[in-house]
Design a protein around this ligand. Structure first.
Ligand code: TK8
Length: 341
């Protein structure tokens, strides 16, 4: 619900035939108070995550007429993704962008985005994430103390390791592989023969450097921006999962905001989503070239070997019905099917 003040403004603008965005209306006359938002994230500042966080900070600053100050904290300076989620729920931090995977302990349904070999393209994923299905999952977070604003792109995940190129599924045998903290990943990579270990992202570089683990999996942009290429010679292009990122806000903070304030937060969030996805897709191409130039040995995985991985994945996907709920899984399949109509 808009306040009567902003409603009047909107009507006036419409009468004048001026196309004003909510934010432009809001900045001067609407109900906006000075606020501080602490926005934490796990990647380095020099990454697509950092760039989009900075973009959001600037946009929201503008939309609020300078009243909202967004202080940004990259490189897990406020803690790991799980720690930051808890800080949001407790009201000690306002905003976070990170993986959906670490939310499964809070809301198991978030695990659907980790299901392997789900999307054919990033554009297809956009449709499902930004459509009713994705929105329903965002809305579901509210009862757990988080407000899901938008999804950004993390990207298609690929394997890196220090032992050997993964050219066939059996090359994964015994590879000690760091996975994200969704138990589904453990089952998935164990079923493919790897020795999977869950670990927070903030500990990963050191674990790779000290060889506490042999490998990990992430999109090429992260392999570049987190400097994994310095300690991981092999990159195998499996594209096994399309990962989104999710921007979440503390519900404690959200509930304090006026309708006008909520509207500008949402507007900045949506703009940042579009900015980030565009940047992500441009950077993915550049990252491939960069990683090659910087000595990574990159290989494609032959189709028949990917087929073997898909077969293992299918059993893991089916087993997720009891975790995320059959309805949630069916809804996902329907939403994906609808993108093909
Ligand atoms: C960054 C993480 C990262 C994710 C992971 O905090 O944990 O591997 O892909 O992007 O959210």
């Amino acid at each position: 619900m808009k306040t009567s003040k902003s409603m009047l403004k909107t009507l006036t603008a419409a009468a004048l035939g001026v196309a004003l965005s909510v934010g432009a209306v809001a900045a001067s006359a609407a109900d906006i108070k000075p606020r501080l938002i602490r926005f934490g994230y796990g990647l380095n500042q020099d990454s697509k995550q950092g760039r989009a966080v900075d973009y959001f900070a600037e946009e929201l600053g503008k939309l609020s007429g300078g009243k909202f100050k967004v202080k940004t904290f990259g490189g897990a300076a406020l803690g790991s993704d799980v720690q930051m989620q808890n800080a949001l729920i407790g009201g000690a931090q306002e905003l976070l962008v990170g993986s959906t995977s670490t939310l499964v302990g809070i809301d198991p349904r978030m695990g659907v985005w980790d299901l392997p070999f789900l999307f054919d393209s990033a554009e297809q994923a956009d449709k499902v994430l930004d459509g009713d299905y994705g929105q329903k999952l965002l809305d579901g977070l509210q009862e757990h103390g988080l407000v899901g604003l938008v999804y950004w792109e993390n990207g298609f995940r690929n394997l890196t390791n220090s032992k050997r190129p993964i050219e066939k599924m059996s090359d994964l045998d015994g590879i000690k592989l760091r996975v994200m903290q969704n138990p589904m990943y453990l089952d998935l990579f164990k079923s493919m023969g790897a020795n999977a270990v869950p670990m927070s992202f903030s500990e990963l570089f050191t674990a790779l450097e000290t060889k506490a683990v042999d490998g990990q999996e992430n999109p090429v942009t992260t392999i570049q921006s987190s400097k994994f290429y310095e300690v991981q010679p092999y990159l195998s292009l499996t594209r096994h999962v399309y990962s989104p990122w999710i921007v979440t806000m503390s519900k404690v903070f959200w509930d304090k905001l006026s309708d006008d304030e909520k509207a500008i937060v949402m507007e900045a969030a949506k703009k940042s989503r579009d900015f980030e996805r565009k940047d992500s897709r441009e950077q993915a191409v550049k990252a491939m070239a960069f990683l090659k130039e910087n000595g990574m040995k990159i290989n494609e995985v032959p189709a028949d070997e990917v087929a073997k991985m898909r077969e293992k994945a299918q059993a893991v996907i089916n087993a997720q019905a009891s975790v995320v709920g059959q309805d949630t899984l069916d809804g996902l399949r329907a939403a994906i099917a609808a993108t093909k109509e």
